[in-house]
Design a protein around this ligand. Structure first.
Ligand code: GLC
Length: 436
């Protein structure tokens, strides 16, 4: 029977995801030892025999996923996604299909199981990232591949690969994750490219198997595309493996994402805190917390989610710079999360002095720029406004009727006191209750 996209079931499946808005991405694995990012094997064309022995020294003695979960929760993150297997093929979980796994390292731990237990215990939804690309498996294409570490190594030219055998392995591992680790909320696949897409992965069979064991799980769109391209989810007829959200990477879609019929598409921007997903010891280019707060608000104002990444080091520590950023996010989210959770596009133009998010009749006006005198709330007329409150304190904010703004009756002005400095210089949020 031909597949028909069940939009009602889809909308129900993604409801929690669109409410929660904010998650933690965690890229962790053997690549934390070279500490030059998760693509180090490919970029430096490191041979398997020079890279894979790293597993015999991988011993994250400081790994404390409960601490990670506490930091994520405090920062206002409602879900997390951990790399169960990245492109290098190393498994952080106790797969029975390979010896190349964390339980065979000096730590002898199933790092995925500990992560799932810890984040669930803190009340977060849990996701696993799984790379369909695998530079470890002998039957994944090597020579001539776009990014395999041996892609231009003549020694591999002409080597025959039994790709069906690789797919049996890949599907088997996904089945292990879907059957041995309890309820998963997200399966985050990465990534399709060139002809390596869709049914090349036997994607329909894969998704049917996943949904058999995890009927409520949501999937990203990378069984069809990579971070670029939306995939069939943005068309009128999504495939059975379209996934449930589009995954723009290191970018926020300028206008959000809509399908070819103009319907908003569920999307999540995945962004690094510095410039690397995996731990990179020399990459100190961390985004300041105020910037991340503005980007979270921007994602929500455009109807999307933000998945912000941390890359723990080889001992299992989230870098101190990321820990500090998470604590600053916690301070803002602790007071302002009502303007994020369950919110989306306000249905109004972006004001010049900030951004808008909305949940029903609650309009959250994010003021980024102080004003001379009273603050204009662009796009609002006085008769629309029932009341205004300063979100962090709940304090009444009075609509101004000073003579200075009398010339502009079509704009609501408010006064936040005598100081020229905003109560929160990063983002002062007003909760505006709109009249029905
Ligand atoms: C890209 C990178 C991969 C990373 C992913 C995160 O696909 O190849 O290393 O895990 O982005 O979205």
């Amino acid at each position: 029977m031909a597949y028909v996209f069940d939009r009602e079931a889809y909308n129900k499946r993604v409801e929690w995801f669109k409410h929660d808005r904010f998650g933690m991405f965690i890229h962790w694995g053997l690549y934390a030892i070279p500490a030059r990012g998760e693509w180090v094997r490919s970029v430096e064309r490191i041979h398997k025999e020079d890279y894979e022995p790293l597993m015999h020294e991988f011993n994250p003695i400081d790994y404390d996923p409960r601490e990670w979960a506490r930091m994520a929760k405090a920062a206002g993150m409602k879900y997390a996604v951990l790399t169960a297997k990245h492109h290098d093929g190393f498994c952080l979980f106790d797969s029975k299909l390979t010896d190349y796994k964390a339980t065979n390292t000096p730590c002898h731990r199933d790092l995925v199981r500990e992560y799932l237990d810890a984040f669930r215990a803190e009340g977060l939804k849990v996701g696993l990232y799984y790379s369909v690309i695998d530079w470890h498996h002998p039957d994944f294409p090597h020579y001539g591949d776009r990014q395999h570490p041996e892609r231009d190594n003549e020694a591999f030219k002409g080597v025959q690969h039994d790709f069906d055998n690789y797919l049996k392995y890949m599907h088997g591992q996904v089945e292990e994750l879907c059957t041995n680790y309890g309820k998963l909320d997200i399966m985050w696949f990465d990534f399709s490219y060139d002809d390596m897409t869709g049914e090349k992965w036997r994607a329909t069979e894969l998704v049917r198997m996943i949904r058999k064991y995890q009927p409520d799980v949501i999937l990203d769109n990378r069984l069809e595309v990579s971070g670029s391209g939306f995939g069939s989810l943005a068309t009128a007829h999504p495939t059975e493996y379209s996934g449930d959200f589009v995954s723009p990477e290191q970018i926020i879609p300028p206008k959000g994402i809509f399908d070819e019929q103009g319907n908003p598409v569920t999307w999540e921007a995945c962004i690094t805190m510095n410039n690397n997903w995996g731990y990179c010891a020399t990459d100190k280019n961390f985004k300041p917390a105020p910037l991340i707060i503005h980007k979270l608000v921007e994602c929500v104002s455009k109807g999307g989610n933000l998945l912000i990444n941390v890359g723990p080091d080889a001992r299992g520590n989230i870098p101190p710079e990321s820990v500090e950023i998470l604590s600053q996010l916690a301070r803002w989210m602790g007071k302002n999360s009502a303007s994020i959770y369950g919110c989306g596009h306000a249905g109004m133009e972006k004001p010049e002095n900030g951004r808008l998010t909305r949940k029903g009749n609650k309009l959250y006006y994010h003021i980024y720029e102080a004003a001379i005198g009273d603050i204009p709330l662009e796009g609002l007329r006085r008769e629309q406004v029932e009341k205004v409150r300063l979100l962090p304190t709940g304090a009444e904010v009075k609509i101004s009727d000073s003579w200075m703004s009398a010339n502009y009756p079509d704009t609501v002005f408010v006064s936040l006191g005598d100081s020229p400095i905003l109560p929160d210089p990063v983002d002062t949020v007003l909760e505006i209750t709109l009249r029905a």
